[in-house]
Each structure stands twice: as C-alpha cells, then as structure tokens.
Design a protein. Sequence first.
Length: 75
Amino acid sequence: MSIAELKVGEIGQVIDVAQLDESFRRRLADMGLNQGKRVKIQQKLPFAGPCILECEGIQLGLRHDDAQRIKVRVD
C-alpha cells in the first residue's frame, strides 16, 4: 500500500522509499521521513492533488505521484 492510498486520519509505517529519486529521498530523510517512521494523513486534496501528512510532529506536503512511490504498512 502507498501513502496515497491511506485515508485521512489513518496511520502507517514507512517500509520502502526505494522508488524515489535519490536526491528527493535524501531531502525527505533530512525532514525525518524515512523507513520505519510512522506517518499520519492530515489532509488529501481532490483530483490526485497533494496530501498533507504528519511525521514526528512535522507536517509535509507531498505530490500525489511522490506519495504513490512511498510504500507503507497500516498499523
């Protein structure tokens, strides 16, 4: 399952970020989003718009395409 498939309020644990570009993966890691972290979906915009998620108290906005490339396991 990907982050884009989570529903608002749902929590998942990141299990794979390998499909992302290396520089983008490093940027996300700098902000605290990497394997093993728990994320919660705060808001999803319609028509495959960006989603807002929370990871360790930090809110991040991800494009739908990027959110589809991050695999999570639902808790």
